[in-house]
Write a protein that binds this ligand. Sequence first.
Ligand code: 5GP
Length: 177
Amino acid sequence: MVKVPDRYFRPYISSEEIQQAVEHIALEIGRAFEGECPLFLVILNGSFMFAADLMRYLPIDCEICFVKVKSYSGMSSMGVVEELIGIDVPLRNRPVIVVEDIVDTGHTLNAILNQIAHQQPSQIRVACLLHKAEATQYPLHLDYVGFEIPNKFVLGYGLDYDGLGRNYNEIYQLDED
Ligand code: 5GP
């Protein structure tokens, strides 16, 4: 068990299992995009570790761009609006692969995909390390998924709790007992 900072988390997915899953995704992407030089759009902060390992295993040329989601209360009835900031390359007519750490309700990814679609890439694919299918409220197509997990809070391997735990090599699950 680890204590971060006041809650207990138990080991859930080992470093070896993560590396195997990430390598598998990288090789699949490599096969699907051979000769195409896709652009990876990495959603910060949580995806930094997943993205770094994905790049290490990727057998093809690619470009990478790190972006952030800025949330603010919109004037519309939609409530919180998610805006993608930091895209510094044109997406038009090129294959884009969105890299997300975790898809929970799917709200963030749904907003990101809508914004990217406006820029008319030739293809949009999604690679996410973790997916909480029970929690997802949008009909999202996730092309590459590392692990389907239950609707419980996790941390480590880029994911934080209260700003901490991002540096762990493995993934931990909140101990609710
Ligand atoms: P969504 O919009 O899909 O509900 O949530 C996406 C974001 O919420 C993720 O990118 C992540 O930052 C955060 N999140 C969702 N579930 C978890 C979790 O179990 N642990 C951590 N650390 N963050 C989570």
